[in-house]
Design a protein around this ligand. Structure first.
Ligand code: KIV
Length: 281
């Protein structure tokens, strides 16, 4: 049985931190589950870390369904949340319902995530009403990076801080089961966390959030040239992998690899017979 929205809520009620991770394929999903992550997000950050784009904007609903289905297939226990990509839910509540339904029906996700606060509250309410759990996402919302003018900390001024408090309350009132706080000034994230009943999942928003979410590739150092301040690189796996691949290239070139142990033999008799025959077939 997978972890449910009730289990996630229980973690907040019991004061237990919620370690959340992005996953995009069978390997990241398997490793996340093996490490004991209760909640996997198939984030549209795949636009950057998997597809090599500069932002999440080019990601489509078809891409999200494809990757979400893989993560669902590769795991048994964690709750899997699928991100609604840019322009798959902003046009109308009807569009949001159709896109959420497709993610759930075609990929098998347990919930969807969308970006936006007060302005998305009525859409969240409609999606929740048809039985699809919604994780909200406020603060720095990457699909609007062009409006923010870059990846900047949110809520440092009184007007934007008040707006974030209203956004947080609005998504909770609309029925969201959790809310991601991205790049929200830490004291404000703490205030939001204490005022909400639903869990806050922070990224670059301080230690007081109920949970933390990080991008798989950032934690493992898979993109050595990219290290955002909000992420901790727990291992430099990218460097280790590159070193191993360089060794592979060297060993093939120097004929050190493969060895006899990496190959398969055949009987001397068959070989001897073949050697007496001159033709190839
Ligand atoms: O797309 C994503 O991976 C996200 C998380 C980083 C919150 O939205």
């Amino acid at each position: 049985m997978r972890i449910s929205v009730r289990d996630i809520q229980k973690l907040k009620t019991n004061g237990e931190p919620i370690p959340t991770l992005t996953a995009y394929d069978a390997t990241s999903a398997y490793l996340g589950e093996a490490a004991g992550v209760p909640l996997l997000l198939v984030g549209d950050s795949l636009g950057m870390v998997v597809q090599g784009h500069q932002s999440t904007i080019p990601v489509t609903l078809e891409h999200m369904i494809y990757h979400s289905a893989i993560v669902v297939r590769a795991t048994q226990k964690p709750m899997v949340v699928g991100d609604l990509p840019f322009m798959s839910y902003q046009l109308s509540s009807e569009q949001a319902l159709v896109s959420s339904g497709r993610l759930m029906q075609e990929a098998g996700v347990n919930a969807v995530k969308l970006e936006g606060g007060e302005t998305m509250a009525s859409t969240i309410k409609r999606i929740v009403e048809i039985g699809i759990p919604v994780m909200a996402h406020i603060g720095l919302t990457p699909q609007s990076v062009n409006r923010f003018g870059g990846f900047r900390v949110q809520g440092r001024e009184i007007t934007s801080a008040r707006q974030l408090l209203r956004d947080a309350q609005a998504v909770q009132d609309a029925g969201a089961f959790a809310v991601v706080l991205e790049l929200v000034a830490a004291p404000l994230a703490e205030m939001i966390t204490s005022r909400l009943d639903i869990p806050t999942i922070g990224i670059g928003s301080g230690a007081a959030c109920d949970g933390q979410i990080q991008v798989f590739h950032d934690l493992l150092g898979l993109h050595p040239s990219f290290g955002p301040r909000h992420a901790k690189q727990f291992v430099n796996a990218g460097a280790a992998m590159e070193g191993a691949l360089r060794q592979y290239v060297d060993e093939v070139k120097s004929r050190q690899f493969p060895t006899l142990e990496n190959g398969f033999s055949m009987s001397d008799e068959v070989l001897a017979t073949l050697q007496t025959e001159s033709e190839l077939v």
